[in-house]
Design a protein around this ligand. Structure first.
Ligand code: F3S
Length: 64
């Protein structure tokens, strides 16, 4: 599974990093991106889905 954060939609709510801090990076302006290359292993699928579901802007998509 791969996480993508749409920079056009992210408004810096930071809920993603609150629920899954190991899966996201926050830049100096408070906007999120997927940590590393965005690929997460099976153990992190639930956390990734929780982050996606908690983003008020629906900026997070999960593929695979
Ligand atoms: Fe951005 Fe949504 Fe996270 S708005 S900071 S991707 S909770």
């Amino acid at each position: 599974m791969k996480i993508t954060v749409d920079p056009q939609l992210c408004a810096g709510h930071n809920r993603c990093v609150s629920v899954a801090p190991h899966l996201f990076d926050i830049d100096d302006e408070g906007f999120a991106s997927a940590a590393g290359d965005g690929v997460v292993d099976d153990a992190d699928r639930e956390d990734a889905a929780l982050a996606r579901d908690n983003c008020p802007e629906q900026a997070i998509t999960l593929d695979g």
